[in-house]
Design a protein around this ligand. Sequence first.
Ligand SMILES: Nc1ncnc2c1ncn2[C@@H]1O[C@H](C[S@+](CC[C@H]([NH3+])C(=O)[O-])CC(=O)[O-])[C@@H](O)[C@H]1O
Ligand SMILES: O=C(O)C(=O)Cc1ccccc1
Length: 259
Amino acid sequence: MPAFSTYTAGTAVSKEPDRLFAQPLAQVPDFAFNEDVVRVFPDMIKRSVPGYPTIVENLGVLAAQFAQPNSVLYDLGSSLGAVTQALRRHVRTDGCRVIAVDNSAAMVERCREYLNGQDSMFQELLPVEVIEGDILALDFQPASVVALNFTLQFIAPDQRTALLSRIRQSLLPGGALILSEKLRFNDPEEHALLTDLHVAFKRANGYSELEIAQKRSAIENVMKPDSLEEHRERLLAAGFSKVVPWFQCLNFASLIALP
Ligand SMILES: Nc1ncnc2c1ncn2[C@@H]1O[C@H](C[S@+](CC[C@H]([NH3+])C(=O)[O-])CC(=O)[O-])[C@@H](O)[C@H]1O
Ligand SMILES: O=C(O)C(=O)Cc1ccccc1
């Protein structure tokens, strides 16, 4: 029996601790969102991303300000649906529905289980559809809120502007894109300081030097962070009119981009 804990307003999520990189690996494979990662994901993301619980909960609060009646709210790269659950806790706008999309079959399967659990515990939640698919191939419907919560960094850099342009085209007046990302910094001293402080955050959360080093080499080929300046310029190039950072903790930040 997997261990479960209740958080996010009562919905049970796995609390299996992340020890994926605890043993020395002869060769560290590229990071993938497979079944092993799915089992430990809630623990991994909370212990790895400073500010993650604050970002997710407040993403729901922000979304409620931008949600327009009878529109779609997208959770792109939904993983286990933490953002979708926050949207359902906070958005009360008439006729809204959530579309969560992820291309990891293992994530989608577990996400559907969690959302069914939330459905059975609470009434009058926004309807949700969970799609297993590539967000680069998605046919966007008119949307008032689009959340990319730590997903764009996994998209090939040369595909990012096109994806953001398509999101911009789908956004309704009064809507918003909420984009959370790990940042890199153009100033080498600032980059080194915030990278060291992120390592200290992981150490304080119980990760060993070996776990930190092996995870770093697992993600370096698959996760390519940009600077805040690059994000701003790309969002403006994609047609957004205004970019407003609303949260930063160490080298992790979240931005609101307005159509
Ligand atoms: N092309 C793609 N199409 C669809 N999904 C993708 C694609 N590329 C990557 N993904 C998916 O994007 C998610 C990124 S995790 C998001 C956390 C979540 N938002 C959270 O708030 O808990 C971030 C992290 O682990 O740092 C994974 O589930 C991938 O399968
Ligand atoms: O662990 C890290 O160093 C990160 O940058 C964040 C992260 C969190 C979960 C999966 C992949 C990357």
